[in-house]
Design a protein around this ligand. Sequence first.
Ligand code: MG
Length: 158
Amino acid sequence: MIRSGIGYDAHRLVEGRKLILGGIEIPYDRGLVGHSDADVLLHAIADALLGAMGEGDIGHHFPNTDENIRGISSLEILRHVRSLLAEKNARATNIDATLIAEAPKLQAHLEQMRAKLGGALACGADRINIKATTNEGMGAIGRGEGIACIATAMVEDL
Ligand code: MG
């Protein structure tokens, strides 16, 4: 069987935080704030994969009230999703994600994010596609107050 899932996430940009997206650090004067490293790309993808597996959402597996996971790398979250996939004898057929950020420009970093994700999910980077767009100056994201991401995933039984 092949099943699809969708994921969405958004975090605020603040001073004094590193900007981590797709498991890599992006040079910028602000970073995303959250209980973990606030990597919106990985959170949206994790939710898409969990959705396709019928496994609820990221908040169910990693509650933001859990002090033990404060500040964790979101790559850990993705590795947990990978182990759930393995338990179910399933794999990601493909993943597609769109980052929505007014700044910084992300295009030059997308390939590195893709390679990082392929490693964390132990699937070929050719199964992963990452895009970046702006919100054309509209709303909170358009004012650069935060970064959002939407992702879809297909999961197939092996
Ligand atoms: Mg999040």
